[in-house]
Every structure is written in C-alpha cells, then in structure tokens.
Design a protein around this ligand. Structure first.
Ligand code: HEC
Ligand code: HEC
Ligand code: HEC
Ligand code: HEC
Ligand code: HEC
Ligand code: HEC
Ligand code: HEC
Ligand code: HEC
Length: 469
C-alpha cells in the first residue's frame, strides 16, 4: 500500500523526471531494471499524436496524465482511464476472440499494428523454453486467441475476489488480469530464445501472493530445492539437452518453481470458475504423498510399483526409476495453446503426434462396457510413456501393453466384453492372447485419467482403485 502511495505521487508529480529525481523510491531501481523500463529495448510508443522524442522506457508510453499529452490525445484515444493509463486496463470481455482494445497490454504485445516501435516478438512456452522450431504464435495477443487459453475475465475475477474462493491483497477491482502473474513495473526478460541467451536471474513473473517481487529470479525460488530434488527436465526439441534453455542442466535448478507459482491459484482448496469450460475447475493436489491415497503421481506423490516410461526418465541422470516430480509447464502453456486445456504443442523434445481437440467424454463414454471413445489424450501421454509402438514395435498411440501386459498392468487380458466393444483376435479367452494380435475399440482416456483421478469408471470387480494421474 505504502508503495502504491509513493508510486501515485511519483506519477502525479510528472512521470518523466521523478524516478530520476528520487532514485531511492520503491519503483525507480526495479523499474529501470525491468524490461519495460529498459533504455535499450523498453517501452516506446509510436502512435499518431504521441511525441516522437519521449525517451525509451518513459512511463508516459503507457500512462497519460489527464488522459492527454501536451494537450493532444494520442492513440489510443479516449479516457481518462484508471491508473491514468493510455487506454482501459481491461475491457471485461468474457471469451475469445480478444481484440486489441481488450487489454492495455495488447496495444504493444500484438502482431502487426503494435504501438511499440520497433515491433518485437514473444512466443509460446513450447517455442521459447521448449525449442519448437515453429515460429507461430509470435506475440502474446495471438497466443491468447488460441483453442484454449487462460481466460482473462475469469483470472481477473478470481484475483480480485469477485468470483471463487480467493482474493489476493494486491488486486483492486480495476486490475489488469495479466497482473495476476506479472508485475508490469518490475517484470524482466529472461528468455531471449529462440534467439539469444537465457538468464534465469531475470524473471518475467510474479506470484499472485507476492506481486511486489519477481518469482524464480533467486536460486531458492527454482524448482530444484524450493519444490523438490526429484525434478527431471524434459528434453529440448530434437536434442539430448534439456529445457528451458537447451543446456545440459537436467534438474530444474535453472527453472522457476512453476509448481509453487501455479498452485497459488490451482491448489487443493481454491474454487475457480471457468467460463470457457462452463464449470468449476478440478482441485489439484500436487503435494500429498501416499501412493493410491495421495495426490497426483505426477506431483510429489510417487508412482507405485513401476512405470513404462521413455527417456530422459527411463535412464535419468538423477539416478531414480520412480519418484519423479513434474512441473506444470512440462505439459501446459501459461497463456494459450493449439490443444485443449492449455496442453503444449511440444512436450519432452517432440511435437505432439496430432492436435488434441477434445478430452471431455461425451455422455455414456464412461459407462462400461465402454463405447468406442477418443484417445486423443494419448498424444500427450506418449511423449513420455510407452505406447505399443515403444513397447513392442506395435501401433503408435495404441495402449494395450501398458494396461494389459506390463508387469505393472492394471487389467489382465481377459473378459474383454466387460470393458470393450468391437474388435477381433479372440473374445472371452485367457492369457494366451497378446497385444500384438488383438484389437478392440479404444476407451476414452479421460474417463480414468485427469488431475485427481482413479479408475472409478472401470466396471465393478475390475477396479484397481489406483491413483491414475
Ligand atoms: C507501450 C508498449 C507496451 C505495453 C503497453 C506493454 N508492454 Fe510489455 N513489453 C513491451 C516491450 C517493448 C518489452 C520488451 C520486449 C522484448 O524485447 O522482448 C516488454 C516486455 C514485457 C515482459 C517481459 C518479458 C519479455 O519477454 O520481455 C512482460 C512480462 C510484459 N512485457 C508484460 C506486459 C504486461 C502484462 C502488460 C500490460 C499490463 C504490458 N507488458 C504492456 C512493451 C509493452
Ligand atoms: C508497460 C506499461 C507501463 C509502464 C511503462 C508503466 N506503467 Fe504504471 N501501470 C501500468 C499498468 C497496466 C497499471 C495497472 C496495474 C494493474 O492493473 O495491476 C499501472 C499502474 C500504476 C500505478 C498504480 C499503482 C500500481 O502499482 O498498480 C502507478 C502509481 C504507476 N503505474 C506508476 C508508474 C510509473 C511512475 C511508471 C514509470 C516509472 C510507470 N507506471 C510505468 C502500466 C505501465
Ligand atoms: C496464469 C499466469 C499468467 C497470466 C494470466 C499471464 N501470463 Fe504471461 N507468462 C506467464 C508465464 C508462466 C510465462 C513464461 C515464463 C517466463 O517467461 O518467465 C509468461 C511469459 C510472458 C511473457 C514473456 C514471453 C516470452 O517470450 O517468454 C510476456 C511478454 C507475457 N507473459 C505477457 C503477458 C500478458 C500481456 C498477459 C495478459 C494478456 C499475460 N502475460 C498473462 C504467466 C502468465
Ligand atoms: C503430465 C502432464 C500434466 C502436468 C505435469 C500437469 N497437467 Fe494439468 N492437465 C493435464 C491434462 C491432460 C489435463 C486435462 C485433463 C484434466 O482435466 O485433468 C489437465 C488439466 C488441467 C486443468 C483443468 C482441470 C479441469 O478442471 O478440467 C488445470 C487447472 C491444470 N491442468 C493445472 C495444472 C497445474 C497447476 C499443474 C502443476 C501443479 C499441472 N496442471 C500439471 C496434464 C498435466
Ligand atoms: C492468478 C491465478 C492463476 C494462476 C497463477 C494460474 N492460473 Fe490457471 N486458471 C486460473 C483461472 C481463473 C482459470 C479458469 C479460467 C479458464 O478456464 O481459463 C484457470 C484455468 C486453467 C486451466 C484450464 C484452461 C481451460 O482450458 O479452460 C489450465 C490448464 C490452467 N489454468 C493451468 C495453469 C498453469 C499451468 C499455471 C501456471 C503456469 C496456472 N494455470 C496459473 C487462474 C490461475
Ligand atoms: C512430461 C512427461 C509425462 C507426460 C506427458 C505424462 N506423464 Fe505420466 N508420468 C511421468 C512420469 C515421469 C511419471 C512417474 C512419476 C513418479 O515417478 O512418481 C509418470 C507417472 C504416471 C502414472 C503413475 C503410474 C504408476 O505406476 O503409479 C500414471 C497413471 C500416468 N503417469 C499417466 C499419464 C497419462 C494418462 C498421461 C497422458 C494424459 C501422462 N501420464 C503424461 C511423465 C509423464
Ligand atoms: C477392466 C477393463 C478391461 C478389460 C476387461 C479389457 N480391457 Fe483392454 N483396455 C482397457 C483399457 C482401460 C485400455 C486403455 C484404453 C484404450 O487403449 O482404449 C485398454 C486397451 C486395450 C487395447 C488397445 C486399444 C487401443 O486402440 O488403444 C486393446 C487392443 C485391448 N485393450 C484388448 C483387450 C482384450 C482383447 C481384452 C480381453 C481379452 C481386454 N482388452 C480386456 C480395459 C480393459
Ligand atoms: C478404465 C480406466 C482406464 C482408461 C479408460 C484408461 N486407462 Fe490408462 N490406466 C488405468 C489404470 C488403472 C492405470 C494404472 C495406474 C497405475 O499403474 O497405478 C493406467 C495407466 C496408464 C498409464 C501409465 C502407465 C505407466 O505406469 O507408465 C498411461 C500412460 C495410460 N494409462 C494411458 C492411457 C491412455 C492413453 C488411455 C486412453 C487411450 C487410457 N490410459 C485409458 C486406467 C485406465
């Protein structure tokens, strides 16, 4: 709060000079060190009516005293706006498509038509931190206008306490939704990729519970040590090096602790509404151990018995065969994705086999005997787990081996009709059958695999009650 009063007085007494006159003020050092305040690549608005001689990094590229500059009203017109911004902070748009005026950020973080000069690019997480050679999306605006996206209206309502179970002290009712994860006055540029270098001490993000400081810039805020010592970095695209910067570092000591970051909102207690999904989100327990009675096995809870997994996990330099902890960003984009549920386009060194256009089962899909269902979710799983192609040279994205033949299989190969429809290669028969020869209609993976899942959907008597995510 004190910081806000100082900032507001700085703003009112003239945005051009004050941070130079009061270099000890809370905002000055951090602002000048920030990406926006940077004197070589920081903010520079180039718009009709805007003075061309304002220095790069000047607050006035985003803020306008009295909604005007020198008596004229430069683009974007209108105002005065909250926080003396050049445009409304956020329009309140409930679903995509977003247009440029929906967020003040989009005036610059935009493709052709950006007010920033020179224009610049930001890419998806899969590109910047995963090495996807694809060059699109190349700006934040397009990334949010994707198949799935963090809905700005819901994020805004959640952080401001207008919806759901949580509010954070730093977000008044006119906050920008992007501020839930970024602090515009201190955010730095860590990436540089796909061109340039990566510097983990320069973080772009702030936790919603710690809005006034960056998250991940100090080494105690990295995934290794802060969250776990059992993180194995996935491969960088097409390489034996690892994320997030195509280097040999394999243990998350160079990665912001995204688990702590994302679980500020997505934990086991917060109630979060999603307008796009039309329902409340599932709670996520990434921390509770206990095997089949614990939280998610991709989190701190350990896999039970064995896993059928690809590299780098199968021969991990960590020297473990189970007990791995994954990061949310190993599977998810933070902004938007061409797959549903913010699922990344590149995972563990390769592009998903195909686009995942739906995971949610349709009515009847999860009642045994199961009708033929979608196995699109398998495109994600087989970036790390062994499908039949990996297990015995069978068909890609066919999942018989893991469920029926592995030493850790949940379901012996018998009584097919309890679960499957269709197919050939034997019926009620016994263990003489083999995944190499049988075929059956697939079952929708999402009946049994989602955050917090077990195999409750399996028929009576065949249920294993294992934790299946
Ligand atoms: C006046 C133009 C402008 C506006 C408005 C603007 N930005 Fe930026 N932003 C930039 C520029 C320029 C950079 C540095 C880009 C670069 O070189 O990658 C940047 C960098 C960033 C970074 C650091 C990461 C990086 O890759 O550089 C974050 C995070 C960020 N902006 C978030 C926001 C948010 C959130 C908003 C709205 C609340 C916003 N920006 C509004 C121009 C702008
Ligand atoms: C990249 C655009 C951008 C730049 C550059 C920028 N601001 Fe801001 N400022 C914002 C946005 C957006 C908000 C609203 C924050 C929110 O909604 O969370 C804001 C809010 C504020 C506030 C209200 C209190 C707060 O912190 O939320 C003050 C005061 C302020 N800015 C002062 C400044 C000063 C002084 C400078 C230059 C040293 C500056 N700003 C540079 C975008 C910018
Ligand atoms: C739910 C949290 C969240 C929200 C909401 C969010 N971001 Fe991000 N943003 C992230 C994360 C995580 C990263 C990637 C990590 C990093 O760069 O440190 C990121 C990265 C960025 C970057 C750097 C991109 C690059 O090339 O690496 C910019 C710029 C940015 N965000 C702008 C925005 C803008 C503008 C908005 C609102 C329209 C926004 N973000 C909303 C979490 C979020
Ligand atoms: C192994 C890949 C993977 C990891 C790691 C992962 N997720 Fe997910 N996530 C998924 C998949 C697949 C779905 C879609 C199925 C579902 O809804 O649970 C999903 C769905 C979600 C959803 C929507 C849930 C709903 O209501 O349907 C949220 C929120 C989410 N993930 C957040 C997170 C967070 C936060 C983390 C880290 C703590 C995380 N995820 C880690 C794969 C992953
Ligand atoms: C500031 C709070 C906040 C943070 C931090 C946050 N989220 Fe979310 N997230 C939300 C809200 C609110 C929704 C519901 C709106 C929606 O569905 O987009 C949501 C929805 C989601 C969904 C479902 C998206 C869909 O398809 O509708 C996924 C997946 C997800 N978040 C993953 C993540 C991951 C991964 C992180 C960390 C990188 C993260 N979230 C950080 C607030 C947050
Ligand atoms: C980025 C790599 C990655 C992706 C993608 C991934 N997993 Fe995993 N999964 C792992 C790792 C590593 C473990 C082992 C965790 C441990 O050791 O505690 C694991 C463990 C599991 C387990 C626990 C197995 C047991 O024996 O207890 C299940 C079930 C599982 N994954 C299902 C899935 C499904 C279903 C998908 C696709 C929707 C998926 N996973 C996607 C890496 C991944
Ligand atoms: C208790 C339920 C259950 C029973 C009984 C069962 N299966 Fe399965 N089966 C599964 C599950 C779950 C999967 C994984 C989802 C999938 O791949 O469709 C699977 C996968 C398969 C697949 C791979 C399908 C694909 O395209 O991915 C084949 C083939 C298969 N089972 C054959 C059989 C045969 C033959 C029998 C009888 C001898 C049988 N199953 C009995 C549950 C069962
Ligand atoms: C009827 C419930 C059910 C359905 C449907 C189902 N699975 Fe499974 N799956 C399980 C169970 C139970 C396990 C064993 C979990 C364990 O080992 O603790 C499992 C394990 C897995 C594993 C982890 C194996 C390992 O140990 O490495 C993957 C990956 C997986 N399933 C993928 C899929 C895919 C892809 C689909 C859809 C084609 C699917 N499953 C459909 C019940 C199901």
């Amino acid at each position: 709060m004190r910081r806000n009063i100082i900032l507001i007085s700085i703003l009112l007494c003239g945005m051009v000079l004050c941070w130079i006159l009061y270099p000890d003020r809370a905002s000055s050092g951090p602002y000048l060190d920030s990406a926006h305040g940077n004197t070589s690549y920081g903010v520079k608005r180039s718009a009709t009516g805007f003075p061309a001689d304002y220095a790069k990094g000047n607050c006035a590229h985003c803020h306008e005293q009295h909604a005007s500059i020198g008596g004229a009203e430069p683009d974007p017109a209108g105002g005065p706006d909250k926080f003396l911004l050049m445009s409304p902070n956020f329009s309140g748009k409930t679903v995509i498509p977003y247009i440029q005026s929906d967020s003040v950020c989009f005036y610059c973080h935009y493709g052709s038509g950006t007010l920033q000069s020179p224009a610049f690019n930001n890419y998806s997480y899969s590109i910047t931190f995963g090495g996807n050679p694809d060059a699109t999306p190349n700006n934040i605006f397009n990334t949010f206008n994707s198949t799935s996206y963090h809905n700005l209206y819901d994020v805004y309502r959640f952080i401001a306490g207008l919806s759901g179970s949580k509010s954070f002290p730093n977000f008044p009712a006119d906050s920008n939704p992007c501020s839930g994860c970024h602090n515009v006055h201190i955010a730095k540029k860590s990436c540089g990729k796909p061109a340039g270098s990566y510097d983990p001490t320069k973080s772009a993000i702030s936790r919603p519970t710690g809005h006034d400081s960056l998250w991940g810039d100090d080494d105690i805020e990295r995934l290794k040590t802060n969250f776990t010592s059992y993180y194995q970095s996935p491969y960088w695209y097409g390489s034996w090096n690892y994320e997030p910067n195509n280097s040999p570092v394999y243990d998350g000591s160079n990665l912001p602790d995204y688990n702590t970051f994302c679980t500020d909102c997505h934990n086991n207690t917060n109630i979060i509404y999603s307008t796009a999904l039309g329902r409340y989100l599932r709670a996520i327990d990434w921390v509770t151990p206990g095997g089949e009675t614990g939280g998610d096995k991709h989190g701190k809870n350990d896999a039970t018995n064995g896993i059928d997994i690809d590299n780098p996990y199968a021969s991990s330099p960590l020297g473990i065969s189970v007990g791995f902890v994954l990061a949310c960003t190993d599977c998810h984009e933070p902004h938007g994705a061409p797959n549903v549920m913010l699922i990344r386009q590149v995972v563990n060194g390769g592009v998903l086999y195909r686009t995942i256009s739906s995971v949610t089962p349709t009515a009847g899909d999860c009642t045994p005997p199961f009708p033929a269902g979608s196995k699109e979710l398998g495109y994600l799983c087989n970036r790390c787990h062994m499908d039949d192609a990996d297990a015995f040279g069978g068909t890609a994205n066919k999942w018989c081996y893991i469920h029926h033949e592995s030493t850790d299989r949940p379901y012996p190969l018998n009584q097919c009709g309890f679960c499957h429809s269709g197919g050939d290669g034997g019926g009620g028969g016994g263990e003489s059958m083999s995944c190499e020869t049988v075929s059956r209609n697939p079952i929708n993976c999402n009946c049994c695999h989602f955050h917090g899942s077990d195999d409750n959907a399996a028929p009576d008597g065949r249920r294993t009650n294992r934790r299946t995510f």
